[in-house]
Design a protein around this ligand. Structure first.
Ligand code: GLN
Length: 497
């Protein structure tokens, strides 16, 4: 048989269900690919071979009993390390949770398992999901599979890199300000952040509770659709009060075509300062391709876009400060030994458990929520949020989907961006979507004309209109081709017997 990295999640599930190969053989191939490739990529913080093989054997046994297998039968999946999964630690790539064993399984992970998937391990990330390069992880540096001297993006850098390296066909990330879409762009894979509330947040360690959303990475739109179907199967989650039922059949959107549909482009964004010419050219090219496929291109405006980064860096830290207060070395997290008082213990546990970016966000959040300051920043940011949300609502009166950049530039070299403000600007195109709550998907557009590295566009859909993301991404995929495994990794280990 061919190398396992040539197979999509859809092909694996079909093959396992039909008995063309066993889930166990697929799991072994994935583990073998990880063993051969992860030394240079370092996407995983934890690989769980025994649990993976056990899950795969259970899938094969169910088939042997004549049971109908789930839509992700035997598909190896990787899970970001801020999602609880029984049998794994959930570290959030932080010393604070270095030894934290998941007491239960997050709904999003459970739904993939219920669909028949084989979880193979937990992926690296920026500490507590604060970051855009995965460099703030306390434990590992994840390298971009396309060039190991470059960042994979973040914060879900490990999940994006695992898919780009062909270690798994499908993975889960979380996105508070771009953490699925931006690393997907830098690693040349698809990454979807659904509308806030579509996927349950239960069991996912909270960063910004009004912004966080879980979604899949894949190398084809079909695989992303398959992942989305599994994530929404069973309807809203009673364990997450903000989760909403989603009746969409994402697979059913793949072949709808875009004839007569309206694609909104935002000229202001394509001329934005800091946007690299190759990304701007690729996004313009994508608009041409959608037009050639029968869509109508319309120009729309997002007048309050400029306020988004500032609003996000008020709302995000404020919510993070509240959420991370529980890591005090008593209820949760690293506990500093030998302290004389509770205050000292809490203070030193936090001082030594958190890294620099996690501290920066929490101190900022504490300040922004303090009396006298609150009105000036937090309240102002909420007003900006209302205006930004209104921008999108109005844009969707004229367009069925919006097309824009996902990340301003291709992957950069390690250490190249050290100024936090510069780092924050790598999310200019993704952050506003979390503020408005809409869904977005990063669509790989091949290699940039200047860098030779993956570049991407982002599609944004009306709130709860996530079907459009799959529909338009599929049209772009037909025009531009599916994502490929990074050349340095392709075919290394992972032979499927
Ligand atoms: N890079 C953004 C930040 O650091 C987004 C992170 C995320 O989406 N988790 O806040």
């Amino acid at each position: 048989m061919a190398n396992f990295d040539k197979l999509t999640a859809a092909q694996i599930a079909t093959g396992v269900s039909a008995g063309a190969f066993s889930a166990e053989d697929v799991a072994r191939a994935a583990l073998d690919a990880i063993a051969a490739r992860d030394g240079s990529v370092s996407a995983f913080l934890q690989v769980t071979p025994e649990a993976a093989l056990e899950a795969a054997r259970a899938t094969d046994a169910a088939r042997a009993r004549g049971e109908k297998l789930g839509p992700l039968a035997g598909v190896p999946v990787a899970v970001k390390d801020n999602m609880n999964q029984v049998g794994t630690r959930t570290t959030c790539a932080s010393r604070m949770l270095e030894n934290y064993e998941s007491p239960y399984t997050a709904t999003c992970v459970q739904r993939l398992i219920d669909a028949g998937a084989t979880p193979v391990g937990k992926t690296n990330m920026d500490e507590f999901a604060f970051g855009s390069s995965t460099e703030t992880s306390a434990f590992a540096r994840t390298n971009n599979p396309w060039d190991t001297g470059r960042v994979p993006g973040g914060s879900s850098g490990g999940s994006a890199a695992a898919v780009a390296a062909g270690e798994v066909p499908l993975s889960l990330g979380s996105d508070t300000g771009g953490s699925i879409r931006q690393p997907a762009a830098l690693c040349g894979v698809f990454g979807m952040k659904p509308t806030y509330g579509v996927v349950s947040r239960y069991g996912v360690v909270a960063f910004g509770s009004s912004l966080d959303q879980v979604g899949p990475f894949g190398r084809t739109v079909e695989d992303v659709a398959l992942g989305m179907n599994a994530l929404v199967a069973g309807g809203s989650d009673p364990l997450d009060s903000t989760s909403q039922p989603c009746g969409t059949d994402f697979l059913g959107c793949l072949d709808q075509g875009v004839e007569g549909a309206r694609v909104g482009v935002i000229p202001q964004l394509l001329d934005a300062e800091g946007l690299s010419p190759e990304v701007a050219a690729a996004v313009r090219g994508a608009a041409d391709k959608l037009e050639a496929a029968g869509a109508e291109i319309v120009e729309v405006e997002l007048p309050h876009m400029d306020a988004a980064i500032a609003a996000y860096y008020v709302i995000g830290p404020a919510e993070a400060f509240s959420n991370l207060a529980r890591f005090d070395g008593v209820r949760y997290g690293y506990q500093e030994p030998g302290c004389a008082t509770l205050a000292e213990q809490s203070s030193l546990s936090r001082a030594h458990g958190f890294g620099i970016e996690a501290k920066r966000r929490q101190m900022l959040g504490a300040y922004l929520l303090s009396s006298g300051v609150y009105d000036e920043y937090y309240f102002a940011a909420q007003k900006a949020r209302t205006l930004i949300t209104g921008d999108y609502r109005r844009a969707f009166e004229r367009a069925d989907v919006l097309l824009m950049p996902a990340a301003p530039r291709a992957a950069w070299r390690f250490g190249e961006i050290s100024d936090p403000t510069q780092m924050y600007l790598s999310d200019v195109f993704t952050v506003p979507i979390n503020i408005a709550g809409n869904g977005g998907i990063s669509v790989p557009l091949g290699l940039g004309a200047d860098s030779g590295l993956p570049v991407a566009a982002q599609l944004v859909a009306p709130s709860f209109g996530d079907a459009a993301l799959i529909r338009f991404a599929a049209a772009l995929e037909r025009a531009c081709g599916a994502a490929s495994v990074a050349p340095a990794c392709a075919g290394k280990g992972g032979e499927l017997k």
